[in-house]
Design a protein around this ligand. Structure first.
Ligand SMILES: O=C(O)CCC(=O)C(=O)O
Ligand SMILES: [Fe+2]
Length: 211
């Protein structure tokens, strides 16, 4: 399933001249500049400020201080959110039903999200729940809503790829290898914001409908 999804999205992205793939064979990471306009970004920033609470973590108990950002589910009925979802579906071909609700995140000065992979550990206790809610995560889509004065890069730590936040830019990656197994090279972190504040919206996609 994951191999099939990976191949379908890969083919579609390869045909799109607006999509750039980072020159890294071990991880499939792509960027699309100007995926959202400045006004759309500003509207989403306002929404995030309205809903943001300290970010949770799926395995909070074992990993305190792993993620110090604030986050929240943004309003799924909002027109900007709908536009964003539609654009992502058109770009990737992934059915919108597979997407978890869009999550907004805000990192203030000094805040970060330590090194992690987005796919689920199928040996962890939480997996029994997640496998029934759509299963494994396939692709991750993240949109930067603003430029950060200093810090706040998304770093793929094992392949030494660092992506600085840029207003409206989409970062997209496949959490699986071409054979459908989890790709350890997708390990990534949100580096601490040094000056300014960082806002992003993240969509994680599952192999089946998310519920
Ligand atoms: O904010 C970032 O740069 C990365 C966020 C992230 O890794 C996530 O939300 O899974
Ligand atoms: Fe992540």
């Amino acid at each position: 399933m994951l191999a099939r999804i990976g191949a379908a999205v890969r083919e579609r992205l390869a045909d799109n001249p607006a999509v750039q793939r980072f020159p890294e064979d071990r991880a499939e990471v792509y960027a699309v500049d100007g995926f959202l306009g400045a006004e759309e970004c500003a509207r989403l920033v306002g929404q995030i400020d309205a809903v943001a609470c300290p970010s949770g973590l799926i395995d909070e108990e074992h990993w305190p201080d792993y993620r110090t950002s604030y986050s929240g589910d943004i309003d799924v009925h909002d027109t900007t959110v709908r536009t964003l979802e539609d654009r992502l579906a058109a770009l990737t071909g992934i059915p919108p039903a597979c997407g978890e609700s869009a999550q907004g995140q805000r990192y203030r000065c000094g805040q970060y999200f330590r090194e992690h992979c987005d796919w689920f550990d199928t040996n962890a206790g939480y997996w029994q729940h997640e496998r029934r809610c759509g299963g494994q995560r396939s692709w991750t889509a993240m949109i930067y809503l603003n430029c950060v004065d200093e810090g706040g890069a998304t770093e793929f730590t094992r392949v030494h790829l660092s992506v600085p936040p840029l207003t409206g830019c989409l970062l997209l990656w496949n959490n699986a290898l071409p054979d459908g197994t989890p790709n350890p090279w997708t390990m990534h972190a949100a580096r601490p914001v040094v000056r300014g504040v960082k806002y992003v919206v993240t969509k994680w996609y599952r192999v089946r409908s998310w519920q």
